[in-house]
Design a protein around this ligand. Structure first.
Ligand code: F0G
Length: 357
């Protein structure tokens, strides 16, 4: 359903803002800051499809330049911030937003500062913020408190907040929904998506709605918003003061976009659900070992949600895998010791369990 002026009319490395510029709120003269985000794989998950009796696709957002979907919104937000003369980009983050903000600030020639919850950001994400030159401040609190400080700073200091409370972020993140429809030829019946601060689910909904209104899709999907049991304010119905989950990316108790996300899920005829940490880690393992796709725990929540709430037989489903598994290698430790043997044919063969002839 792709038409002229949208879709892959531009080279992939020009990024998602250039690819969908005519559908996004950005003035024509604003130069785009890009690292080649977007254009991520939409993979048919053969084994998962067979297991749930549906046609399941994986939107692999870990393939973005900094390894998460945040790059789509950051490209648009940083382009517009730079054009307005911003000097310092600021965000609170559970890790991925800070990695993306730091990278796009570097690409734009701007400075960045990030506020993160001490001890609860995955190693890879922290390394990204540091290597891209962000000023990293840890707070003895969770993400919700960090975001409150950042929002207050945004009112009092000469900084541009690039959390998803900045509307340019969600605007840019709509491009993932556009890509899904362009690739499948229509919207799916169901979208399974992890929910933390509730920006991405809101952005997908806006993207799908926009495409249907423009006649580029004949339907909008039902939304299955998936939270972790220990951090499920949208399932429980109210803020969670001390959220806890192995999926640190979505360890959020008071989502900034709770209102629009509730509206989106309601309008779609979908629902919010919660999955346990062990279901999340099992889904992560299953995706990696049976589909060949390594995503971080928060991302696997979408698949854990699908498995816990199976779709109608034969329906077309997209699971959004929001971030790369390499960001959080510690989440897959705990294997027990791996064998170490001499570099000797017999010893290696025996450890592998193969017979020599
Ligand atoms: N998946 C991953 C990998 C994330 O990093 C996030 C959010 C989400 C899902 C949830 O998306 O917040 O739009 O509902 N990460 C933010 C961050 C909070 O700071 O990196 P959401």
């Amino acid at each position: 359903m792709s038409t002229a002026g949208a879709g892959r009319a531009t080279p992939r490395s020009a990024g998602s803002v250039a690819a969908y510029r005519s559908l996004l709120a950005i003035d024509p003269e604003v130069p785009v800051v890009t690292l080649g985000e977007g254009g991520t794989p939409l993979l048919h998950a053969k084994r998962l499809s067979a297991r749930v009796g549906a046609e399941v696709w994986l939107k692999v957002e870990g393939a973005n330049p900094t390894g998460s979907f945040k790059d789509r919104g950051m490209a648009l937000a940083v382009s517009k911030a730079r054009a307005r003369g911003a000097g310092v980009l600021l965000c609170a983050s559970t890790g991925n937003t800070s990695a993306s903000a730091a990278a796009y600030a570097a690409a734009a020639g701007l400075r960045s500062a990030v506020v993160i919850p001490e001890g609860h950001v995955a190693r890879g994400k922290l390394a990204q913020a540091v290597v891209h030159g962000a000023r990293v401040v840890q707070v003895r609190a969770n993400f919700d408190a960090a975001l409150a400080v950042v929002r207050a700073l945004g009112e009092r200091a000469a900084v541009t907040v690039v959390n998803s409370v900045n509307p340019d972020r969600l605007e840019g993140q709509k491009t993932a929904a556009f890509e899904v429809v362009d690739e499948l030829g229509d919207a799916p019946d169901l979208l399974c998506i992890p929910v933390g601060n509730a920006g991405n689910i809101t952005a997908y909904w806006r993207g799908f709605r926009q495409y249907r209104e423009a006649g580029r899709a004949s339907l909008v999907p039902r939304l299955l918003g998936v939270q972790a049991v220990g951090a499920a304010p949208l399932v429980g119905g109210g803020p969670v003061p001390s959220p806890e989950t192995v999926a640190t990316a979505i360890r959020i108790g008071d989502p900034a976009s709770a209102g629009p996300a509730r509206d989106a899920v309601g309008a779609s005829g979908g629902r919010f659900v919660a999955v346990t940490d062990s279901a999340i880690l099992a889904a992560q393992r299953e995706l990696a070992s049976t589909e060949g796709v390594f995503c971080e725990p928060a991302s696997a929540a979408s698949v854990a949600g699908l498995l816990a709430y199976p779709p109608a037989a034969g329906s077309r489903v997209v699971c959004v895998l929001t971030g790369h598994g390499l960001k959080d290698p510690d989440a897959v430790a705990g294997e027990g010791p791996l064998p170490v043997v001499a570099a000797d044919l017999g010893a290696v063969a025996e450890a592998m369990g193969v017979e020599l002839d």
